[in-house]
Write a protein that binds this ligand. Structure first.
Ligand SMILES: NC(=O)C1=CN([C@@H]2O[C@H](COP(=O)(O)OP(=O)(O)OC[C@H]3O[C@@H](n4cnc5c(N)ncnc54)[C@H](OP(=O)(O)O)[C@@H]3O)[C@@H](O)[C@H]2O)C=CC1
Ligand SMILES: O=C([O-])CC(=O)C(=O)O
Length: 438
């Protein structure tokens, strides 16, 4: 692959030359015009001449992937400001570093703008986005970064793009792992588990090596429970509790269907647990869920509908949507990632809970240990969570839990080679499917 030969000087972390100053003043005056209070530079301000912004147009470039794997700060985000000098930033919290993989993909295209706007981590939380892509997606990643620049988000203080997880994950406090290969026609699920498993093993190792010791990791790329398991097993220095497989979209889908049936607005549905795998064996728990504070089964008396139609609708919602849209849920997945983060950084309302795929060791429900299984969680808003104890089970629920548990145990056997478990042996149940498959 041809790589751009760069003629422009590299000037990251240097004093500014006159041509660089004019570049800077052009950028700051455009901030001013757009009513962003112009930031004052400190003496140590840097302007990193990102290779992609300042080089003369190179000849015959195919893809401008940087020579080194070091992530590049992007465009306007290469400027560093003295936040303390700005009145409106006085109440801002300390900057957080958030990594997003698959950053040029569809889900990220919705999510990144939510993160940058402040609607996820809060309107007083400045954020640095570290975007992980690949050689394949590097130009698209630049496009994403350009759109982030043009959005003039006050809270977005840095954007870096890169293709090496060991560089991109440096010091990150959150890692949103979205990038994964979609299952193609004729591909065995075991094949998907292996290909994506390699990605998540590598990313787990990278997080273990360079991320914040208390990084919170949300795995979205499918099959997300087992990918989260692979990731955490490859990151032994990070608490296993910090890894999540995203099942919040399933929770939201379940709430919507219950609200629709009961004829209430969906904010009246609470205590919604998705148990198990983000797959068609998942169990949307109508036994413990509530509508207007009452048990669902008291409000919706058609129990056959709950056991059959409702359950299947939630399990297969992703597939129905793919048939309509021609692609999998992206916007609603991004919303659910935002919800999952908000549930960890804000205290859970009294009496309520949320679902997340988390590590089962020490769980109070008797679910097999050593897998990532969606369960009901509560948080004090400190990024951590505890499992909810006061849930009830009946025969129907227990039978379903056993099935989704068996599927996750089979997935674990299938990736044994990636989690230090010896030789892999794949005996996945035949009806094992992602929600998006039908
Ligand atoms: N848990 C959940 O609730 C949901 C999970 N998902 C899952 O999220 C993931 C991402 O979805 P979405 O953003 O829509 O997908 P896209 O296809 O739009 O983007 C996925 C990204 O994955 C990266 N990728 C990593 N490895 C490969 C590979 N071997 N082949 C192809 N692409 C690869 C690509 O980025 P790059 O080239 O930069 O690596 C690509 O941009 C999928 O696994 C999907 O199944 C989707 C909906 C719901
Ligand atoms: O199967 C997919 O890729 C889509 C998916 O997870 C969902 O819609 O829940």
């Amino acid at each position: 692959m041809a790589v751009a030969e760069l003629t422009a000087p590299t000037c990251a972390k240097q004093g500014l030359g006159s041509s660089q100053l004019s570049y800077l003043s052009a950028r700051t005056s455009s901030f001013r015009r757009l009513s962003f209070r112009p930031p004052r530079r400190t003496h140590s301000s840097r302007i990193s001449c990102s290779v992609n912004q300042t080089a003369q147009a190179p000849v015959a470039v195919e893809t401008e992937v940087p020579k080194s794997n070091k992530p590049e700060c992007f465009g306007v985000f290469c400027l560093t400001y003295d936040l303390k000098a700005e009145e409106e930033t006085k109440s801002w919290k300390k900057l957080i570093n958030v990594a997003v993989s698959g950053a040029a993909g569809m889900i990220s295209n919705h999510l990144l703008f939510k993160l940058a706007s402040g609607q996820v981590f809060g309107h007083d939380q400045p954020i640095a986005l570290k975007l992980l892509g690949s050689e394949r997606s590097f130009q698209a990643l630049e496009g994403v970064a350009m759109e982030l620049e043009d959005s003039l988000f006050p809270l977005l203080r840095e954007v870096q793009i890169g293709i090496d997880p060991y560089e991109v994950f440096q010091d990150v406090e959150w890692a949103l792992l979205i990038g994964a290969k979609p299952r193609g026609p004729g591909m065995e699920r075991a094949g998907l588990l292996d290909i994506n498993g390699q990605i998540f093993a590598e990313q787990g190792k990278a997080l273990n090596a360079v991320a914040s010791r208390n990084v919170k990791v949300i795995v979205v790329g499918n099959p997300c429970n087992t990918n989260a398991l692979i990731c955490l097993k490859n990151a032994p220095d990070i608490p296993a509790k910090n890894f999540h497989g995203l099942t919040r979209l399933d929770e939201n889908r379940a709430k919507c269907q219950l609200a629709l049936k009961a004829g209430v607005f969906y904010d009246k549905v609470s205590n919604m647990t998705i148990w198990g795998n983000h797959s068609t064996t998942q169990v949307p728990d109508f036994l413990n869920a509530r509508i207007n504070g009452l048990p669902v089964k008291e409000v919706i008396t058609d129990h056959k509908w709950l056991e059959e139609e409702f359950t299947e609708k939630v399990q297969k919602r992703g597939g129905v949507l793919i048939k309509k849209w021609g692609r999998s849920s992206a916007a609603s997945t991004a919303v659910s990632i935002a919800d999952a983060i908000k549930s960890l950084v804000t205290p859970t309302p009294e009496g309520d809970w949320f679902s997340s795929g988390v590590y089962t060791d020490g769980n109070p429900y008797g679910i097999a240990e050593g897998i990532v299984f969606s369960m009901p969680c509560r948080s004090k808003g400190d990024g951590d969570y505890e499992l909810v104890k006061d849930v009830i089970f009946d025969d129907y629920l227990l039978k379903r839990l056993t099935k989704t548990e068996a599927e996750l145990l089979a997935e674990r056997r299938c990736v044994a080679h990636l989690i230090g478990g010896g030789v892999a042996y794949c005996d996945l149940p035949e009806d094992t499917m992602l929600p998006g498959e039908m």
